[in-house]
Structures are given as C-alpha cells and as structure tokens.
Write a protein that binds this ligand. Structure first.
Ligand code: FES
Length: 281
C-alpha cells in the first residue's frame, strides 16, 4: 500500500474552483435575496468535496463571507451535522450504519469486513490517507439493511463477504455498482413481486373502446353522468340555468335576481344580447 498520505492539507485561503463556479451559481439562484444563508449546507457539501473530504477554517470562512453570514453560524452548522468533517480524513469515506435495524441484520459483520479489509479501526484513516472508516446513525434505507454509505453511494443488503469484495474493489480504484448487493431490485422482495403484477392499461387507450373487467368498471361514473336522452336537451345550459333563477321578492321587497347582481344581467341574458347584435349586424 502506498504510504504517502494523500489527505488534503489545512489551508490559509480557499476559493471555489473554476469547475465548481457554475454549481455555486446554480445553488445560490435557488434562494431569494435576503435568504442566501439557506445555501450554507449545499455550499459546504460542495466545498468539502472540493477540499478532499474535510472543512478547514479557511473554507468555512469563505462560505460565511459569500453568504454574508457571521462566521460562528457557519462553524455551528458544520460542526453540528455528521456529514461534515472538521479534521483531515481519507478521501474515500466509508460510513457503516450501526443503528438497530442494520445491527439486527448484521452491521457488526460489515464493520469487521471494513476493518479487516482496510487494516484500520472505526474512526481511523488508512496511513496513505485514501480511506476513512466510521460508524453512522440510521441512513434512512432500513428496508435494505445493513447499509454502507461510500462517498455518494449507498451499498445495501450487505454481508461479510459482499463487504470484503466492495473494499477490495475500492482499493483497486474501482467504483462498485451501488444499491442492493444481493440481487434484488430496490426493496422488492427477494423472490420477486408479490403484488401489482400487471400494469393496468388506460380504458380505450388502444382503439377507443372500453376494455373488459376493471376498465369497464372505471367507465361506470362516466356512463352514469350522461343524460338519458341527449337529444332532449336542446337549450344551452346557461339558458336553462337562467330560467332556473326564481324572480322572487325577498322579505325586504326587492328583486332577488336584480339585487344579487346589482342589475348585472345573468349569463343567459348576455348570450341572448350577443345573438341579437349578431343578427342585427
Ligand atoms: S438503521 Fe441502518 S439505514 Fe436505518
């Protein structure tokens, strides 16, 4: 193993690289003026990735200046969240979830495989600075426990042998395929689907006809809403609605229709006047 450390050094100054500038602009645009401080977490992630996996004081200060935030506020954020490292770490970070569901599913074996494969204990960096191993709280993928988070990817459904294979691939400089390592898709049952075997087609999607079975049942509300005899409805719905408004006197003696609309004609009247004007023209 190469014993020359490649860990990122502490620095007196920091600036985002040319390659990262467009991403910085994209992040800042998400937040309105006066709310730019909300960009602190995504900017810290970007800065940490640029600086080899950890955040020296100069990096924190640069982010604080960019966002016009008091420096202490940025230090608080960076030191609060576990995903930010305040000390030099190996560039490739392996985080083993050891919270209860992962522990019940064998996270002790995953930790042991990492320790034996890398020759370090939890919380340590390899002497060449390539790898950093630590335990982590729930990663939110408990359905695929046990879970190992490596850089930007989750590796799931692990056991001792699978983890050793992953570690050896990382040491060769490869990026193993993320996701479940036992062959299943997502968190689907190992034996395949147990429900939702068919993808339902839309009613009449192919030839305009209503299909049998479930599709016919889907059409029931549509059929029910149709008028019994479509030819019987000759007047426009607006005129029918207008006729349905009773021209009654209220208790106060006024015309309910006139008072409600302050002499505003109802829609049917407007349509009739439009027709008259058109006929006159
Ligand atoms: S307990 Fe490990 S992902 Fe939730």
């Amino acid at each position: 193993m190469n014993t020359v450390s490649v860990m990122a050094p502490d620095v007196a100054e920091f600036a985002f690289s040319e390659a990262n500038r467009p991403e910085v602009e994209r992040i800042l645009k998400r937040y309105p003026e006066g709310r730019k401080a909300s960009a602190v977490i995504p900017l810290l992630h970007l800065a940490q990735a640029q600086h080899g996996g950890w955040l020296p004081k100069a990096v924190l200060d640069h982010v604080a200046d960019m966002l016009s935030m008091p420096k202490i506020r940025v230090y608080e954020v960076a030191s609060f969240y576990d995903m930010f490292n305040m000390e030099p770490t190996g560039r490739c970070q392996l985080r083993v979830c050891t919270t209860t569901p992962c522990w019940l599913r064998g996270s002790d074996d995953v930790v042991r495989a990492c320790e034996e494969g890398l020759g370090i204990a939890v919380g340590e960096n390899t002497p060449d600075g390539r790898f950093f191993l630590r335990e982590f709280e729930c990663l939110g993928a408990c359905a695929n426990a046990p879970v190992l988070w490596i850089d930007d990817h989750f590796y799931e459904d692990l056991d001792y042998e699978g983890t050793r294979r992953l570690v050896e691939a990382l040491k060769r400089g490869e990026t193993p395929k993320p996701g479940p390592q036992n062959g299943r898709f997502g968190s689907m049952a190992l034996g395949g689907k147990t429900t939702l075997h068919d993808v339902p087609e839309r009613a009449g999607q192919d030839d305009g006809e209503v299909a049998e079975g479930d599709h016919a049942r889907d059409q029931a509300p549509v059929e029910k809403a149709k008028p019994a005899d479509p030819d019987a409805q000759t007047e426009s719905p607006a005129l029918v609605a207008n006729d349905a408004v009773p021209n009654v006197k209220g208790d106060h003696g006024g015309d309910a229709r006139t008072e409600a609309g302050a002499n505003r004609p109802l829609r049917g009247d407007e349509e009739a006047k439009t027709i008259e004007r058109r006929d006159e023209g």
